[in-house]
Design a protein around this ligand. Structure first.
Ligand code: HEM
Length: 422
């Protein structure tokens, strides 16, 4: 314990430190070997637990992800966990479920991510990416997150769900209300955060209502779209209830929005910091973009952690775990494990194989949207570098203070032109 005694993953101060310092501390935790236990503080309105073991070695994260019978996603894959009434009102997202309930939902919503469905939205993604670059050219350089990275994923999710163009500004305003709260950390009980929490819950209710109306309409008059496919029975007679559809939409917004946005922003920062890798990519884009995206996701690890709860006595990496123990899987730490990755801190777009766990470890909860995220990154960077060849970050990023999203909230960028004045 002595080696890691000064590291406190529960202290928000840890997450406020520069990313490189955090990675250095994760390296010390990895070297220690057995998982280290951290106590959790009491937080109003959320169940406080008895603490968790941090899994920081690649082998441990993979082992826990694979073995869902011992490492359960119930009652929640997040820590601290939301209060039970939240699930009662809004439904339980599949990420917080075990089989067979999880497998049933995954079978139904898998239809959203089949190659056929992805091919259907590819043109849509390309058109949105082109519009974003048109706007950037008109607006001039500024903030890459607000002008570029934040715009694509949310539009893609709306078009997947068949949310009409005219309703999107309303949806975006509701999502802003949701993310405003999730961006707040620290003193959860302050009047401001309580106000934001109320706004967040109202936004979820509003979005559920909107999607429920859409689901009911598609049940009566099915169309050739995803919502129709989800609310009407598949060949096995399975379909989503309207409440489950609302919960699925929430999950898409939470799982597919900030993650992809952050991967895009980290990607631009990495290509700026490593111009040799950028040149290598641009000299053969189609051939190299696949491995480049995997390396962005490994290096940046847009999601920092998910949690599991131990269901039975089990030994992990020589350490005994007991029923009810919580473990937290730290993906950025696993993705820099020198036991698996040669020169793990290097950004090498040709790295292959690249068995990173940025989309989660192998197992039943492996990211459902990984291929969609890959497609968004491939198309947007192609559009950006194709039309703005000098594209680069031109200042330091501002990072989100979070132990869950490895977020960039602002990233100054340019492409070598001065903004037009007057
Ligand atoms: C670079 C972008 C992304 C990253 C880094 C990422 C990361 C992850 C991770 C780490 C998990 C594993 C959760 C666990 O093991 O408990 C996960 C699950 C999931 N992701 Fe992603 N994700 C990304 C993009 C997306 C997109 C675009 C979507 C959909 C629009 C999506 C939908 C989901 C869903 C539905 C799950 C839950 C799967 C299940 O529980 O079976 N993700 N993601």
């Amino acid at each position: 314990m002595a080696l890691a005694a000064d590291i406190d993953l529960v202290d928000i101060g840890f997450w406020d430190r520069p990313p490189d310092e955090r990675l250095a501390d994760f390296a010390r935790l990895r070297e220690r070997g057995a998982p280290v236990h951290f106590a959790e503080p009491r937080v109003p309105f959320v169940r406080s637990g008895k603490g968790f073991y941090a899994l920081v070695r690649h082998a441990d994260v993979v082992a826990a992800s694979r073995n869902a019978k011992v490492f359960s996603s119930e009652p929640a894959a997040t820590s601290p966990e939301p209060p039970p009434w939240l699930s009662k009102v809004f439904g339980t997202p599949m990420v917080n479920m075990d089989d067979p309930a999880h497998a049933r939902l995954r079978r139904i919503v898998f239809r959203a991510f089949t190659p056929k469905m992805l091919a259907k939205i590819e043109d849509d993604i390309r058109a949105t990416a082109a519009r974003i670059v048109d706007d950037v050219l008109a607006e001039g350089p500024g903030d890459f997150v607000g002008q570029v990275a934040a715009r694509l994923p949310i539009n893609v999710i709306c078009s997947m769900m068949g949310i009409p163009e005219e309703t999107r500004p309303y949806v975006l305003s509701r999502i802003d209300a949701m993310t405003e709260y999730s961006g707040v950390r620290g003193s959860l009980a302050s009047p401001r955060t309580m106000r934001l929490l109320a706004g967040n819950l109202k936004a979820i209710v509003d979005l559920h209502r909107l999607v429920a109306r859409l689901g009911e309409a598609r049940r009566e008059n099915p169309a050739d779209d995803l919502v129709s496919a989800l609310v009407n029975a598949n060949p096995d007679g399975e379909r989503l209830s309207v409440k489950e559809l609302g919960s699925f939409f929430d999950l898409l917004l939470v799982a597919g929005n900030e993650t992809t946005r952050n991967a895009l922003a980290h990607g631009l920062k990495l290509f700026t910091d490593h111009p040799d890798q950028r040149d290598l990519l641009l000299s053969r884009y189609d051939e190299r973009i696949g491995t480049a995206i995997e390396e962005i996701v490994r290096h940046a690890s847009p999601i920092i952690q998910f949690r599991r709860t131990v269901t039975t006595g089990h030994e992990l990496n020589g350490h005994p775990l007991r029923t009810g123990d919580k473990v937290v899987l730290f993906y950025p730490a696993a993705n820099r494990d020198p036991e698996v990755f040669t020169d793990p801190d290097a950004f090498d777009i040709t790295r292959s194989p690249n068995p990173h766990v940025g989309f989660g470890g192998p197992g039943p909860h492996l990211c459902l949207g990984a291929n969609l995220a890959r497609m968004e990154l491939r198309i947007l960077f192609q559009e950006l570098f194709g039309r703005l060849p000098g594209l680069r970050a031109c200042g330091e990023p501002e990072y989100l203070l979070s132990s869950f999203d490895n977020g960039i909230t602002r990233l100054p960028f340019t492409w070598g032109h001065q903004p037009e004045t007057g």
